[in-house]
Design a protein. Structure first.
Length: 241
């Protein structure tokens, strides 16, 4: 972890047009929660539909894509990454810093709005906290995954968008065999555990157990961060990269 790299990365993520998306997407969630509360009142089934179907399945992966690819992708695209790689810094330290900053941004713009939306929909309820925890751990996995994707290819945004919208939102939500390989389902295992006995009544059920979900989340977070650092070590310090 390098403080200077973290500062530069945060400044890049929170500047320009990218921050507009980071604010707009959570705003849509909160607005949707306000409308749903106004129309349906305090309805836990509606709350679960919004928090699981929109926040975990759509909002978090999209914010992960924006923050993860934005943490390092632009530097690779314009070639300015060569100045960073020419410094006496560990490539793994750079990758770790990029992931940490991306995850921090996702936490602020995904987990916090999910908590707020849950409180709007249900009032003072552990349902809001449970889904916020799910958004937090999912955001960490998405952040690491999309940082790696940005290091691996210049088409990270397109590939990541297809992954987020097709795999996580559709395939990972409805196809039985594929659900076990979905970050959303792993995060949902954390949400289910946080809800305790209420999970069954609210129809909140993950395709994997808590132990499997946490294990897969850690594998993605640690593995993607390590591979991103390894890939940075192999980048040539030329403008072609």
């Amino acid at each position: 972890m390098n403080a200077t790299v973290a500062q530069l990365t945060a400044r890049s993520l929170l500047g320009g047009r990218r921050v507009i998306l980071l604010i707009t997407l959570p705003g849509v969630l909160v607005l949707l929660a306000i409308i749903a509360r106004g129309l349906a009142g305090q309805d836990n089934d509606v709350a679960v539909g919004v928090l699981s179907g929109f926040a975990l399945a759509t909002l978090v992966p999209l914010l992960g894509l924006i923050a993860g690819t934005g943490a390092i992708g632009p530097e690779i695209d314009d070639g300015s990454i060569i100045y960073l790689l020419s410094k006496p810094l560990s490539r793994f330290s750079i990758a770790t810093t990029k992931v940490v900053v991306a995850v921090a941004v996702i936490s602020v713009f995904a987990a916090v709005p999910t908590l707020l939306a849950g409180l709007i929909l249900t009032g003072a309820s552990n349902l809001a906290v449970a889904f916020a925890l799910g958004a937090l751990v999912a955001g960490a996995a998405y952040g690491a995954l999309f940082v790696l994707l940005a290091v691996m290819t210049r088409h990270a945004v397109v590939i990541g968008l297809l992954y987020a919208l097709i795999w996580e939102t559709l395939v990972g939500s409805y196809v039985p065999g594929a659900r076990a390989l979905s970050i959303r389902q792993w995060a949902l295992a954390v949400t289910e555990k946080a809800l305790g006995r209420r999970a069954g009544d609210l129809n909140v059920e993950s395709a994997v157990s808590l132990g499997v979900g946490i294990a897969f989340l850690l594998i993605v977070i640690v593995g993607c961060t390590w591979f991103a650092g390894s890939r940075l070590r192999s980048l040539r310090l030329t403008s072609d990269e």
